[in-house]
Design a protein. Sequence first.
Lengths: 419, 419, 152, 152
Amino acid sequence: MSESTLSAGTRVFDPDAIRADFPILQRKIHGQELVYLDNAATTQKPKQVIKSLTDYYEQTNANVHRGVHTLSMEATNGYEVARTKVAKFINAPRSEEVIWTRNTSESLNLVAATWAEANISEGDNIVITAMEHHSNIVPWQQLAFKKGAEIRYLSHNDDGVINFVDASSVIDSRTKLVSVTHMSNVLGTINPVAKLAELAHDVGAVILVDAAQSVPHMPVDVQAIDADFLAFSAHKMLGPTGIGVLWGRLDLLEEMPPYMFGGDMILEVTYEGAKWNDLPYKFEAGTPNIADAFATGAAVDYLSDLGMENVWQHEQELTAYAMEQILSLDNVKVLGPQDSSQRGGVISFVHDTIHPHDLGTALDQQGIAIRTGHHCAMPLVRSYDVVAAARASFYIYNTRSEVDALVNGISETEGYFNR
Amino acid sequence: MSESTLSAGTRVFDPDAIRADFPILQRKIHGQELVYLDNAATTQKPKQVIKSLTDYYEQTNANVHRGVHTLSMEATNGYEVARTKVAKFINAPRSEEVIWTRNTSESLNLVAATWAEANISEGDNIVITAMEHHSNIVPWQQLAFKKGAEIRYLSHNDDGVINFVDASSVIDSRTKLVSVTHMSNVLGTINPVAKLAELAHDVGAVILVDAAQSVPHMPVDVQAIDADFLAFSAHKMLGPTGIGVLWGRLDLLEEMPPYMFGGDMILEVTYEGAKWNDLPYKFEAGTPNIADAFATGAAVDYLSDLGMENVWQHEQELTAYAMEQILSLDNVKVLGPQDSSQRGGVISFVHDTIHPHDLGTALDQQGIAIRTGHHCAMPLVRSYDVVAAARASFYIYNTRSEVDALVNGISETEGYFNR
Amino acid sequence: MMGGMSGLNEMDELYEAIILDHYRSPRNTAAVENPDIDLEVNNPFCGDEFHIQLKVDDCSISGVSITGRGCAISQASASLLAELVDGKSTEEVQAAVDCVRRLLKGEEISNEEADILGDIEALGGVRKFPVRIKCALLSWVGLDDGLKEHLA
Amino acid sequence: MMGGMSGLNEMDELYEAIILDHYRSPRNTAAVENPDIDLEVNNPFCGDEFHIQLKVDDCSISGVSITGRGCAISQASASLLAELVDGKSTEEVQAAVDCVRRLLKGEEISNEEADILGDIEALGGVRKFPVRIKCALLSWVGLDDGLKEHLA
Ligand SMILES: Cc1ncc(COP(=O)(O)O)c(C=O)c1O
Ligand SMILES: Cc1ncc(COP(=O)(O)O)c(C=O)c1O
């Protein structure tokens, strides 16, 4: 098997060994083995990540940054080590550029409320794509509304690939921000963010990359793509819920006003006013999510050991196989690029006669977890003239036989509803 | 021992049994038993809370709210059950009034950015006390600055008790918000928030209670104190880091604009605009901190089993004992109420000749964890003409012999520096 | 092979024959002329959306049309609703809505109420699939709101 | 009994006799008249604050005063600094600051450098207590910044 011979990481990419690390994969659902294909929503966690939480709470737990006692020093140290791991993972020049947030959504809102609030004025425009997640639409809509700025959409072709003929007229001298998803959570499309960064920088705009679906699945290098901001969530990359990352260019972060006020983000307070702390603390108000930062470090270690090149290759192979199998079904249409090399491991599809919701329930009866609905991308899903779609999405522990189970499950469901 | 006969909870309050639930208490620090007296910063976690995290990730983990598959339904259900537990714990009329945030600081910032942003205008004033934590000072300073509003401070007497003669002139017809700590994290003072709520409501103002130090330690009933908003953090009450609560009165929450945009807080999005979801989701953008909500539920269960009356009584007894012991030391001055019945389990003190920082290091060598510094209440600490103080703070697992260890540790440190 | 038919039989309570029948052949879909009540309801999360039209004469329903798209449950439920209301008094309709609400919450309903509901009782199977209750209730809640507004 | 003296001996490296001596009797605290450099430094987290005054003639320090309050480490360090700079050239002072920085980072310093530092090498004990490094560096960094600005 070609997968098991890859080794850009320090560990052989062996799906069986990987599966053994995930306790939840032992669960039975309606008496069936769990086939978890809802990874774009959130991924499962290996025992190494779960253990890092247990270890933290059993051995280290304390508040950070101002403590002279041993636990506090250890907690502070581990918290910063985790930040450094994340910085290295995305090749950030400096670890102070890595800000802990709750999730991708908060990272995006942070930029909207600080950088964009300070830099976008009436008549300016913000460019996003027509395939964004709600979290990368609504903050900008609201800001544009408040400022009298304009939201512009980069269009895509029928197969979900951005239309670059359009792009250079959409992005113009009044563009202040281009905010685009690196990979669509519905279409699976991988967007050429480096190319968009160039277009943005050419007109003096800043580019924010919503990397919620890319950082977990492929090597991402913020310097290589020349991003200005990058946002992602730990829970979509083996890490815990409740913690995410905003990476930003040092000079931008330094100029930005703080987002929230209180606790660690303050250097000095008098009854009259306050002075902000240095980066990254300026953006981290109150007691941080220390335990989950530790666990995020553990998730990054796990992925780094596997090697992101190998993670990506595994998903590419599995996606190609799944596309082939799903497209072979008579009554199923797949949204997005039909060529699997242009997409990541997310496949949204609709069935001619079975509503996604009914399909979701029927697959669940067979132990197969997929997502159904608008996937927080309502305008996009509607543009395909459907109100909902079914979505299967893959990660490191998924296998070909799980794809077979999905395809078989769809056929069984057809049988059931045609009885 | 009188403690072990109390039982308003369902479990006997037995310090030995309680200590056995906390794995970290087995840790050795510099070869000594850990004496953890930094509970006002963050508390330790019982195995029940740690296990709830492990269980969640090993058996349930999935994204919430829109999933038709079993894991997602179970995750959604548990997430909402935890919310209901919290609502019951503070006697909130409805569980939709309980909003999950990251911590107390975010809860306060949320109110500042939404309710206060919409309701405070030029010439209005916001009343806080002179003993607030930075997180309950700086958001209001910034808002006041932006709006041309005024920040007013309720003063306190030398022994740290709010001066009510003053209060009724400070709170006036232009007061829109009174935001006060229920218990000072430096002085230990318990503030009469019900009385302040009355003064606020008399002039048509809203009262926000910073309950970061009260909800963990005493029975708190939002209806009995007639609060409008209440904020606290799970990590200070046996729960995980990374999750906190904002409770608000339904009618206020319903009128408020959202805080962050994205994910679950949206009902409908078009390319032109968006419609907000119902409470509490309107305030919960993006994937929530699901695991830590589960764990917060477990923390609430643990405290409820003990009974908050018993928790409070244990701390009152221990604090009285500690005050007596610490005040018996020649060179030590205690800040705040000298009468221990007016305070919670927080004792800040300064030594005539040993700087808090040196004391903290010396106590750490003896396994004793205290906090030193300004405790995020710089203006208050400075008002006592010191720049830093040492602070010991207690919780359910602390014992008289730990108080003895502290007092002995201070004496040993005196001996060391006078050698 | 993972998965397999076995699991699907457990859905029989959800997808009773009567539900599938209404799903495949929805009743009362022809537009009502000059409707007194005319509204859209939707559940954006599932993408279900229905268009409800009622003609109300002297507190009784003299015409009804419900059309739209959604999952089998929401469509069958809408069709069952359309079938029920035709010719009923507004009071009877409101009582039936209340009864369906209680049925789906898992509360007891009386024998007489069961008689009134008839086929509609088949919706009760959704109780074992709580995440689908919203689908079953969508058109009922919408029609109830519309009636209330009309009668106010 | 928990706790006990035993643990405190491990602090001896941090609180060497020379450190405690400078802490108890800080050197060069008398105000400088017409200082060329006059600045406040503070670390709000610990509450340490120092007032630094220097008289600089022809690139050499002809007068120095450092006063303030802080923990034993920051005070002793300030006093050691005050003792060192008196009469030194600005270049020598800057070399010494650099050397202390490296000492506290745990980097190697040469024998000659050690000779220049003299008693100051006692500050090296802080390396085992990383959270206290800021205390030891506070006045050094402040004075360095002040000198840079003066010379610029
Ligand atoms: C009274 C008070 N308010 C607010 C806070 C801030 O809490 P957090 O750091 O969890 O946001 C604290 C915690 O130190 C506190 O003691
Ligand atoms: C492309 C994209 N952006 C943003 C988000 C929001 O992430 P979170 O819910 O973790 O804030 C998601 C997750 O669904 C996503 O897929």
